[in-house]
Design a protein around this ligand. Structure first.
Ligand code: NAD
Length: 475
């Protein structure tokens, strides 16, 4: 029998007696089972979170910080076990799984130190005005399958620090590392502060629409984000939406193809391209297009696609069958449309595991589906541009606005272009970097609200202004 992982409700590991299978995307074998929760279990988790909120919101912030630091330490202390589990359910190569677990520990530790002090707006002999930040209450956190551990702590930590309590729902595709994390959290956080429950997608709307949940923080697709917004509108829940992206990179003519090819490759193909902030459209200046596109394709030929648990694997499988089918559909559409491939494109659906060969397209048109849509797979369309203005316009020609990058030897020019991109994050000569102290936020249909940094923390609070009239005569 496979390992069965339990849910965390009110400080106890519990199950429902009904189980969902978890599949390893490299082998297609069932590797574990997790509880299938419905409305009854959600009600229990919400009741526990509501009860815990009464005391947690009044717990001194230093104590709340200490509980968060203990979670960070537990992640680091158990990182070996956690990263192996993560590869087994998510598919990413061991080194990248280690990166996700290490990154999660870093984010937990650093976000624990964010300040939430009151702001003194006025204070004189007549009176005082002070703004304090009050926790919104019980939070529902819903996360996707591409970075299950990073996304889980990205919801749990600011909720805890602000004084909120939380019910977290992992993706049904990748719940087991998060449930192992739940066991670690159980030992260091008071009962009911963090609750983690698993179920099918159908558990999501129950959370969004639950009358005793005050806020939803969601990371996932734009399509689901729209449903969340609709569901949360019934009682005007606060919402934070971190949604899809179709990030553009612009490579200027002064970039040296030999120096940037490898980095451009990994900006697209890390985690098999299943990253909201992966480079999904690469615009290369015509002067270096041929040399750079060849250099990227040559680099890609030496990267091994395979089981993430095997040594030497650089790119793992697509995480699930539904996404695998979608990536194949986009590749087939590109073939049917007669677009030129520099590499890959031939998927063998009869093999075991959801593997897609590294695929690079040579200058497909702007309206190609593989350019205009978020591929979320190991597919990289390279496009040629002539002028800076044209590159900026094409980069901004998207319903998404999550992140982007500029590659150039002239850093000032890089910043000048970066400031014209309509996205929440822009990198100059780097990629995929986030910090614990700066807001990560989407523009356009990539969502709204922020995560990380002070702005991310404030999303879990509302401002309360206390005004005292010191000169009043009331007695
Ligand atoms: P998804 O929207 O299908 O699912 C995300 C989560 O929502 C899962 O837990 C799922 O069970 C739940 N869910 C599904 N239907 C729901 C509903 N009607 N109501 C409430 N919850 C529901 O997304 P996915 O396929 O798991 O993840 C891939 C997407 O996530 C991509 O579009 C990617 O760009 C995006 N993403 C965004 C960020 C970001 O920070 N902006 C980060 C990672 C991934």
């Amino acid at each position: 029998m496979v390992t069965q992982y339990k849910n965390l409700i009110n400080g106890e590991m519990v199950d429902t007696g009904e189980w969902l299978d978890v599949v390893n995307p490299a082998t297609e074998e069932v590797i574990a089972q997790v509880p299938a929760c419905g409305a009854a279990e959600l009600d229990k988790a919400v009741a526990a979170a509501r009860a815990a909120f009464k005391t947690w919101k009044k717990t001194p912030i230093e104590e709340r910080r200490n509980a968060i630091r203990a979670i960070g330490k537990a992640i680091s202390d158990n990182s070996d076990e956690l990263f192996r589990l993560l590869t087994s359910e998510q598919g990413k190569p061991h080194a990248q799984a280690q990166g996700e677990i290490g990154g999660a520990a870093y984010m937990v530790m650093n976000q624990a130190e964010l300040d939430l002090d009151d702001e003194i707006n006025e204070d004189n002999e007549k009176g005082s005005v002070r703004t304090r930040r009050v926790p919104v209450g019980v939070v529902g956190g819903i996360v996707p399958w591409n970075f299950p551990v990073s996304m889980a702590v990205q919801k749990i930590v600011p909720a805890m620090l602000s004084g909120c309590t939380i019910i977290l729902k992992p993706s049904p595709f990748t719940p087991i590392t998060t449930l192992r994390l739940a066991e670690l959290i159980k030992d260091v956080a008071p009962p009911g502060v963090v609750n983690i429950i698993t179920g099918e997608d159908s558990l999501g709307p129950l959370i969004t629409e639950h009358p005793d949940i005050d806020k939803i923080t969601f990371t996932g697709s734009t399509a689901t984000g729209k449903k969340i917004m609709e569901g949360a509108s019934a009682d005007l829940k606060r919402i934070t939406l971190e949604l899809g992206g179709n990030d553009a990179s612009i490579v200027m003519p002064d970039a040296d193809p030999k120096k940037v090819a490898e980095q451009l490759f990994w900006s697209s193909f890390t985690n098999a391209g299943q990253i909201c902030i992966a480079a999904k459209r690469i615009y290369i200046h015509e002067d270096i297009y041929d040399e750079l596109s060849q250099a990227i394709a040559e680099y890609a030929k030496n990267v091994k696609v395979g089981d993430g648990a095997q040594q030497g694997t650089g790119v793992g499988p697509i995480q699930n069958k539904k996404q695998y089918d979608r990536v194949i559909e986009l590749i087939e559409d590109a073939k049917d449309s007669g677009y030129k491939f520099l590499l890959g494109g031939d998927v063998d659906p009869s093999g075991t595991g959801y593997f897609v060969p590294l695929t690079i397209l040579d200058n497909p048109p702007e309206d190609a589906r593989i350019v205009a849509e978020e591929q979320f797979g190991p597919v990289m369309p390279l496009m040629k541009f002539s002028t800076e203005e044209e590159a900026i316009e094409r980069a901004n020609n998207s319903e998404y606005g999550l992140a982007g990058a500029v590659w150039t030897a002239d850093q000032d020019k890089g910043v000048e272009i970066a400031e014209q991109l309509e996205t929440g994050t822009v990198w100059v000569n780097q990629f995929l970097k986030l910090t614990a102290h700066t807001p990560f936020a989407g523009h356009k249909q990539s969502g709204f609200g922020a995560e990380y940094g002070k702005e991310g923390l404030l999303e879990f609070t509302y401002p309360q202004v206390i005004m005292v009239n010191k000169a009043a005569e009331v007695a």
